[in-house]
Design a protein around this ligand. Structure first.
Ligand SMILES: NC(=O)c1ccc[n+]([C@@H]2O[C@H](COP(=O)([O-])OP(=O)(O)OC[C@H]3O[C@@H](n4cnc5c(N)ncnc54)[C@H](O)[C@@H]3O)[C@@H](O)[C@H]2O)c1
Length: 304
């Protein structure tokens, strides 16, 4: 029988997790409450499979099989009980995630995971009846290209659950690290530090976005600069994470005012077409104007 993998939330991460799970042979149920986002996710998945065929990574038949393995659901109420895996990938807000995890747990999955980037697993598990089956399954963006899976283990997580998560990583073609439950884990705590400092430097007028990014790429051999990475992650997602880390570690993680302003202006990065750069059809097309101190636009963006 086909094993069942439920993904809750069909945003940037949920659709990526659905893509790799379908590729690993799971029957995937992609749960999305926003009808338009659900439709957009299916469209994006179809594009990804078309591209994989064009690049010779999959045959047309394999791509069609993977596509057929994904079913969209409008809510967890539409999902039958006892799936093999449920991973939640809803926005990074404690109350929302706890509510979703409680509904997910009621379906009695063998393994329950959260794709949280920063919220302690212990906080998410507080109301769970079986926290021993729960752990963090932190995938990276874009999920089909990034091999790391950060498995976050709380005090209540059973060793069998950690083993199951490590086995899942192997099946999905991911390379796992197992980390102790602390806000921001191993990855976000370091990555967000760099991203927030780059935004403060931009606000201070140290250099253009492109030159700040180039400094890290050429000077430190980072594959991508911290501002472009923030555009890919989503400025709103980074803001949520910064607030979580600020609550845990203090003001060294306070979100810079510029980040708050850009999110309020709807400049969320690649997904909205504009962040620190402009994005056209998913491709970076140049620097953008930053809001001036009075909310007017001032030309501090960068070319390229
Ligand atoms: N974006 C990244 O690069 C990245 C990387 C690693 C981890 N994460 C984490 O993954 C999670 C999701 O991030 P994202 O960038 O995909 O967010 P997103 O905003 O792109 O997608 C979240 C989706 O969840 C849906 N949703 C909200 N409530 C729901 C519910 N009750 N049931 C079903 N769907 C619901 C929303 O409509 C939206 O489509 C967050 O915890 C984030 O911190 C994000």
């Amino acid at each position: 029988m086909t094993e069942r993998f439920v993904v809750v939330g069909a945003g940037t991460m949920g659709l990526g997790i659905a893509y790799v799970a379908a590729g690993a042979g799971y029957g995937v149920e992609l749960v999305e409450v926003d009808r338009a986002r659900g439709a957009a996710a299916l469209e994006r998945l179809a594009q990804l499979w078309d591209r994989a065929v064009q690049r010779g990574k999959l045959t047309a038949e394999q791509a069609a099989t993977n596509r057929e393995r994904v079913t969209l659901r409008a809510g967890l109420a539409e999902v039958a009980g006892a799936p093999d895996v449920i991973v939640e990938a809803v926005p990074e807000r404690l109350d929302l995630k706890r509510a979703v995890l409680a509904d997910a747990e009621a379906l009695r999955p063998a393994l329950l995971g959260s794709n949280t980037s920063s919220i302690p697993i212990t906080d998410l598990a507080r109301d769970l009846a079986r926290p021993e089956r729960f752990c963090g399954l932190h995938f990276f963006n874009p999920v089909w290209a990034m091999t790391l899976l950060e498995i976050v283990v709380g005090p209540a997580t059973a060793p069998e659950t950690t083993d199951a998560a490590v086995a899942l990583a192997g099946r999905l073609g991911k390379d796992p690290v197992v980390v102790r439950d602390m806000p921001g884990f191993a990855t976000s705590r370091l990555g967000v530090t760099l991203g927030l400092e780059a935004i403060r430097m931009l606000a201070d007028g140290v250099a253009s976005p492109a030159d700040i990014d180039k400094s890290m790429v050429l000077g430190y051999r980072h594959p991508i600069g911290p501002l472009e990475l923030t555009d890919l992650v989503g400025l709103d997602v980074r803001l949520d994470i910064a607030r979580t880390l600020q609550a845990a570690y203090g003001d060294r993680f306070a979100p810079p005012p510029l980040l708050i302003e850009l999110v309020a202006a709807g400049r969320l990065g690649k997904k909205s077409g504009q962040g620190f750069y402009r994005w056209t059809d998913g491709v970076r097309s140049g620097g953008t104007e930053l809001p001036g101190p009075d909310g007017s636009e001032s030309a501090t963006g960068a070319a390229g």
